[in-house]
Design a protein around this ligand. Structure first.
Ligand SMILES: Nc1ncnc2c1ncn2[C@@H]1O[C@H](COP(=O)(O)OP(=O)(O)OP(=O)(O)O)[C@@H](O)[C@H]1O
Ligand SMILES: [Mg+2]
Length: 640
């Protein structure tokens, strides 16, 4: 594009030559040349204005430092201007406007990067605490105020879509600016401005990282397990570094203890990265729960936090020998009395409740560094589910049965039989009544692990014999088999026998399956395991996480078969009501901070909820009761 300096009229010698011409025709030419130049200049001025956010009523964020200002005062002024502006922005969500709140930690991050006080940042943020949105705001500001092009690498296509929606939402706040500055409607993969500035969104699985470099590079969810991904991120960062005036941002929750994210975090100074960090309490709304109990000596009502609120806990401190030597308060402990974020307290309480019994809340929400070799299922929770071998009592209704199988033709094959039951919990109200409701005892619904079977080096036929034995003892109807998908022929044989067999691809379902079992263990009264199943219980208690927080693949056949069986009984579907907060959990007063910006917001819709969701590949829905199997005298099965 021509600039003012390159106009033909900008050369005085050429201009003089033109004006000294005397012939009439030349004068006419001269006049039309001048008109052309004027039009060009107007067009250029217009374009320059069109490129300036201030033309559309946005603030001028680039004021120079004044002589009478110290560096600190100047930074304070810059951050204050940014805060003023950003908190007037909103993102559209489900037809509502979500006004942006900025915690001090968020403002530091955006301010340091936007004003170039740092050019490389690593941001360790809690799950659902606004990391992606803040980074989207930063990129958008750099696009419009600095014409800096960006490549954003997202951890998944879902994250990529979300980032696109955030930046698109920001453009929508200023329709006139969008009309003049954008070359075309923003696309999920690319937003192009008239002046050539570009935002490219790619996902980490793509090879595009090797394409043309932009001066800005952001990698969201950068703490990944795979070495391949780390290599790709490193290569893309190197690419950005070769550009003048580059900016790099890595952001993530810190859930894998080893890898590029950990390396950059631990050696941030050496690598020239600025460290930024915020957790769920930084992003919470200011919390007033229990504040009415404050006293002169306890103005923040910390006593309430420590005794009434589950977001504050005691944590034991251990010496090298593993002896508990001291304790400290852990979690919120009054921090959110001063918070300026957006998350309602209720959402944080729910997130903590959903992740009970695991270290997920501590690691992903409270920004604790992940550790390893913890049990996958906390020993106390497992032991709390134990019942004697004569459980359930007579009168129990067995509603559905689900068998999980972890096949191991060379090694161990594990089979676990679970059943959804209604267990009587007392005497009927009136045994002689005409009403069946009064004649029935009160029941409690739960899942019971009834039987287990471990076999080594046995053929599939042996497993099928066991299935028949269980089907005959506990009833053939509503009898489902969930087999490890890595042995398709065995699953096929089971299906050919007439069983409703659903293969479980572990690579997709394992995290979900474990999360599902954890919900059973952490919601007392919904899962029981017979104490007599000693082999299985030992494996369950020895089941550990490795350095990456993933289950160690050692003696895991029982736990794997168990999680397969339990997939049939997804906790949310069966006992979703248990996950609601009780008034006690909300706090005595039931006080939830109310933010008008979140009017009508559903707790779950905005929940920073990290329990793995069911994978995309659905295991077929239950064909309840429509296949009946019968064993003939010759051992064959007839499907009726
Ligand atoms: N600063 C904010 N002000 C108001 N609402 C916000 C803010 N940041 C985030 N939110 C709300 O929280 C939701 C999640 O935010 P975001 O995607 O930025 O979090 P995240 O930390 O990237 O989460 P995840 O860990 O899932 O990647 C947003 O869709 C928005 O509704
Ligand atoms: Mg995110």
């Amino acid at each position: 594009m021509p600039t003012k300096q390159s106009l033909p009229g900008g050369d005085p010698a050429a201009f003089k030559q033109l004006t000294t011409t005397t012939a009439g025709e030349d004068l006419r030419n001269l006049r039309s040349d001048l008109e052309f130049l004027n039009r060009l200049e107007t067009e250029i001025n217009h374009r320059e204005l069109a490129d300036k956010p201030t033309t559309y009523g946005l603030p001028d964020l680039n004021r120079e430092q004044r002589d009478d200002e110290t560096q600190e005062q100047y930074i304070e002024h810059q951050n204050e201007e940014l805060r003023e502006f950003i908190t007037r922005l909103y993102i559209p969500k489900d037809g509502r406007k979500v006004w942006i709140k900025l915690s001090p930690a968020m403002l530091d991050f955006i301010g340091d990067m936007f004003y170039g006080r740092q050019n490389q940042a690593i941001l360790w943020k809690g799950r659902g605490t606004g990391g992606s949105l803040c980074t989207a705001i930063l990129m958008w500001l750099c696009l419009i105020y600095k014409s800096k092009s960006f490549t954003l690498m997202a951890g998944s296509s879902e994250q990529a879509k979300q980032m696109y929606q955030y930046t698109k939402g920001l453009w929508d706040c200023f329709p006139e600016m969008a009309r003049n500055m954008l070359a075309a409607e923003p696309l999920q993969t690319e937003t192009r401005l008239v002046n050539g500035t570009l935002l490219k969104i790619i996902s980490a699985s793509e090879k595009q990282a090797r394409g043309k470099h932009n001066a800005g590079f952001v990698v969201d969810e950068s703490c990944q397990e795979g070495e391949g991904t780390d290599r790709m991120i490193s290569a893309a960062m190197q690419g950005a570094m070769s550009e003048p005036d580059y900016m790099i941002v890595m952001l993530s929750t810190f859930h894998h203890p080893i890898g590029l994210f950990q390396e950059v975090w631990d050696f941030a100074d050496e690598r020239g990265f600025g460290r930024f960090k915020w957790d769920v309490y930084d992003s919470m709304q200011k919390c007033d729960a229990g504040l009415e109990t404050a006293t002169k000596d306890d103005p923040l009502a910390l006593n309430y936090c420590q005794t009434q609120c589950s977001l504050t806990e005691k944590q034991s401190l251990f010496d090298e020998m593993g002896e508990s030597v001291d304790w400290k308060w852990k979690g919120c402990n009054g921090r959110s009395r001063h918070s300026q974020g957006f998350l309602p307290r209720k959402n944080v309480l729910i997130a903590k409740k959903m992740n009970r019994g695991t270290n997920v809340f501590a690691v992903e929400f409270e920004n604790e560094r992940p550790n390893w070799m913890r049990p996958v299922y906390d020993i106390e929770w497992v032991e709390r589910s134990f019942v004697e071998a004569d459980f359930p009592p007579p009168g129990t209704k067995i509603l559905e049965k689900s068998v999980g199988i972890d096949w191991g033709l060379e090694g161990q094959t594990a089979m676990i039989l679970t059943a959804l039951c209604d267990v009587p919990t007392g005497a009927p109200l009136d045994p002689t009544s005409a009403s069946p409701i009064l004649r029935e005892p009160p029941y409690k619904r739960c899942v019971i692990v009834l039987e287990t079977q471990f076999m080594t080096g046995k053929l599939c036929a042996e497993a099928i014999k066991v299935l028949w034995d269980w089907a005959e003892r506990f009833g053939q109807d509503k009898f489902y088999v969930y087999g490890d998908a890595s042995h398709p022929f065995n699953n096929l044989e089971v299906s050919n026998e007439g069983f409703d067999c659903r293969p479980v691809p572990f690579n997709k379902w394992k995290d979900f399956g474990i999360g599902n079992c954890i919900k059973y263990f952490t919601n007392p009264g919904r899962l029981y395991i017979r104490r007599s199943l000693t082999g299985f219980l030992e494996q369950l208690k020895r089941y550990r996480q490795n350095k990456q927080g993933k289950p160690v693949k050692k003696d895991d056949h029982g736990p794997d078969a168990f999680l397969c069986a339990m997939i049939h009984f997804r906790f949310e579907e069966r006992f979703g009501g248990d996950l609601e907060l009780t008034p006690e959990e909300l706090g005595e007063s039931g006080a939830i901070n109310y933010n008008p910006n979140f009017e009508g917001m559903s707790a779950v819709g905005n929940l920073p909820y990290s329990t793995p969701m069911p994978p995309q590949t659905e295991i077929p829905a239950a064909k309840i009761g429509n296949v009946e199997t019968k064993r003939t005298s010759g051992g064959q099965v007839v499907v009726i």
